[in-house]
Design a protein around this ligand. Structure first.
Ligand SMILES: [Zn+2]
Length: 206
């Protein structure tokens, strides 16, 4: 905790001072251009990798960067409400679904039930990614590493598809006022591979 408290002081003395005017501008309202949906993984930092400042990204993070399919519900829907707010109220213009290498959430899809049953809420949440697992298992993949990155990348595409089940996203996407991107972040190299809808490949950003 000491480290965090020292960080607060350093922030106030350095970064806050540097961007003082920006923080004053942001006092009244935010006007982010992008909804960033990423994994909760501590190794992914949306603002750091995109070099963005406060006020630019509206961020939703959860285990395995999942977008639950649209549904009407009386439950407390964290991810769904954040997406709704970003699109309908903040009127963001872009959505990025950002998965990453070595994702523990994606790996957990293959854990045996005796382990998953000790983390029942995580197990339940990951049910949303079972279609991803099924797609990966439809191919016979011997190599564990390949299965991992395939799961991580197919997961990104699946969540991009799920975004289109939201009527207000589908509408804006069709009228081209909202764009959707799939990113795959490599933790060990800092590289981001961006999904190319034309050829179906994740390509290194430049
Ligand atoms: Zn992850």
């Amino acid at each position: 905790m000491q480290k965090l408290l020292e960080g607060l002081n350093k922030f106030k003395e350095n970064d806050f001072e540097t961007h003082k005017e920006l923080f004053e501008e942001l006092r009244e309202a935010q006007n982010p251009h992008t909804l960033f949906i990423g994994c909760s993984d501590s190794r992914l930092d949306p603002n750091l990798i995109t070099q963005t400042l406060p006020g630019e990204l509206f961020v939703v993070r959860n285990i395995a960067n999942i977008v639950p399919p649209y549904r009407k519900s009386q439950e407390y829907l964290s991810t769904t409400s954040a997406i709704e707010y970003a699109v309908k109220v903040l009127k963001i213009q872009h959505i990025v679904v950002c998965g990453h290498s070595n994702c523990g959430g994606c790996r957990s899809l293959y854990l045996p039930d005796e382990i998953l049953s000790t983390i029942p809420h995580t197990k339940k949440w990951l049910e949303l990614a079972v279609p991803v697992k099924n797609k990966v298992l439809a191919d016979v993949i011997e190599e564990k590493g390949k299965r991992e990155w395939m799961t991580e990348q197919i997961n990104i595409l699946e969540q991009m598809k799920n975004l289109l089940t939201y009527p207000f996203i589908q509408e804006k996407y069709t009228e081209k006022t909202l764009s959707i991107y799939g990113w795959y972040y490599m933790i060990e190299t800092g590289e981001v591979y961006i999904y190319n809808k034309q050829n179906g490949l994740f390509e290194l950003s430049n």
